[in-house]
Write a protein that binds this ligand. Sequence first.
Ligand code: RRO
Length: 308
Amino acid sequence: MSVDLSTSLGSLQLAAPTMTASGCAAAGRELAQFGDVASLGAVVTKSIMLNPRSGRATPRMAETPSGMLNSIGLQGPGLEAFLEKDLSWLVENDVTTIVSIAGGSVEEFREIAIRLRDVPGIAGLEVNISCPNVESRGQVFACDPNSASAVIEAVRAEWTSSAPILAKLSPDVTDIVTIARSVADAGADGVSMINTLLGMVIDVDNMRPLLGGRTGGLSGPAIRPVAVRAVYQVHAALPDLPILGMGGIRSGHDALEFIAAGASAVSIGTVVFGDPGAPWRVAAELAKELDARGYGSLREVVGAAHKG
Ligand code: RRO
């Protein structure tokens, strides 16, 4: 079997189609005991903000049917510590790295882009405008086309590197195509979709929301059909816009659904908590799924569900 799994996201050429999903494998280092991190399509790092941040009150996780809720709240070490401790390891180990960035304001996103643009070893930026666990819904920039484009315009204006800018979109909108169009018009080279859906679990023994932050982001197989639908809609409307697909992918079969819907590569998230080798396993399974259907390459299947 020799299936060509190489792919691309805009100008970024990828030897392999599976990446870690932001927030599910820190900055990649913790996966090194389970496989060769440099052989992944990329590591997408946990979203980084300008300053260190402690995140939300505990509990921060809840199990749900076929999924989980998280309410982390952008916990992280801040940009300087990330560059010193995390990015340096990724660069030393030849890992293709997509840095996920987050901000509480357009200006914070701009500042981060300025600080990162001359840093070597960044293969792409994933601009996280869709974290559900923020102080106000007004900070979920991806829920409004004008707010979404304001962030992407600011990042685009400062980003002098040729590494692509991917805007990470939220499924919690009436029409995701409108948002995708606005970020593409603002200069995004592609989109990552989807972030988690806003959810809640109630602890009925003490009659309170279970999570410290009350609401959380729903991920895992429960959201996969929502994600596949979002990818399909955006690819149908904007067939030339590269898509990094994610949302409940557990197997090569799941990944193939995203590719057929229009994604050029996929991120593997929640499954990694129980199966840290999943990003490599899913790539191997995807090759088998393609081969079993007589395809010689992944590229020929991108968007195949739209044809005919
Ligand atoms: O940190 C989080 O709570 C978080 C983020 Br930044 C995100 O983008 N999506 C999510 O489900 N959780």
